[in-house]
Design a protein around this ligand. Structure first.
Ligand SMILES: Nc1ncnc2c1ncn2[C@@H]1O[C@H](COP(=O)(O)OP(=O)(O)O)[C@@H](O)[C@H]1O
Ligand SMILES: [Mg+2]
Length: 248
């Protein structure tokens, strides 16, 4: 059982380091602080894991309520980008939002959930992109007549609706084809991944996929080892509202 294992590892280190602190009271301050830091880090990790796991279980069981409110997707993505601007500066990573169209992309959906979906993807891009790298988000309109090559693991699109295509590209290590489908599955993390030291739950992409699909959207990845990764999302946009002019 992967869940139990993933939960027990941080729990075990929290308990054993707390135990050491209680038993060896005369260790130098520096050592004690090191142990306290491990307890804090592992506690945070456990907290994230539990939150992600509860979220995913709720979404999968259909118990999670999704709002249906009018949303400006361009603004929503801009908001997510702004959340990462500080991190970009600190990590020396350039973050860009490119708009092919002056128009806004409007849809009906749950703002908080869609932010969660994009933040997971941006978080991954930052986790895997080295200093000096670039993360780019491109948005473009996709009409029903535009041709589209979906990978076999993505459910075909049958509706005749206008879509917004979001491409999130990073300059990280890339992902080999054999993993493309699997990374969207629960708990899947690529083995021998040097970035694994950053840890994580392996739940982020699964949560994002669930959220996007609840909005009748699609998500997949295009990547090869050594040439970065591009996560592509499609979200239906409402024709009526898509012409709303940019009011800035
Ligand atoms: N931008 C990326 N570049 C390279 N590998 C990635 C990227 N995003 C995700 N991955 C791979 O997919 C796995 C699953 O991602 P995710 O579900 O977000 O879990 P986590 O981030 O907790 O490991 C990651 O562990 C990593 O191996
Ligand atoms: Mg992640």
């Amino acid at each position: 059982n992967i869940v139990a294992h993933d939960l027990r590892t941080p729990l075990t280190s929290i308990i054993s380091y707390a135990d050491l602190l209680l038993r060896y009271k005369n260790e130098p301050e520096q050592t004690r602080n090191e142990f306290l830091n491990i307890i804090k880090t592992e506690g945070l990790r456990l907290g994230n894991l539990v939150n992600d796991y509860l979220d995913l279980s709720k979404i999968e069981s259909g118990l999670m309520n999704f709002k249906k409110e009018p949303l400006d997707l361009t603004e929503l993505i801009g908001h997510c980008v702004s959340l990462f601007e500080g991190q970009g500066k600190i990590m020396g990573i350039q973050l860009r939002q490119e708009l092919d169209h002056p128009e806004r992309f409007m849809t009906m959906g749950d703002r908080g959930k869609l932010i969660q979906a994009f933040v997971n993807l941006l978080g991954n891009a930052f986790k895997f992109t080295p200093r000096g790298g670039t993360i780019t988000i491109r948005q473009q309109r996709l009409s029903p007549e535009d041709s589209l090559n979906l990978p076999e693991y993505v459910e075909p699109i049958t509706t005749q609706q206008e879509m917004m295509m979001v491409r999130l590209t990073d300059t990280g290590p890339g992902i080999a084809g054999e993993h493309h489908k699997k990374i969207f599955e629960k708990f899947y993390q690529i083995q021998n991944d040097p970035a694994k030291t950053f840890s994580g739950s392996g739940l982020g992409l699964s949560i994002s996929k669930n959220i996007i699909e609840r909005h009748q959207g699609r998500i997949w990845v295009e990547s090869e080892i050594g040439s970065g990764a591009t996560f592509i999302m499609l979200l239906p946009v409402s024709n009526k509202m898509s012409q709303v002019p940019n009011q800035t």
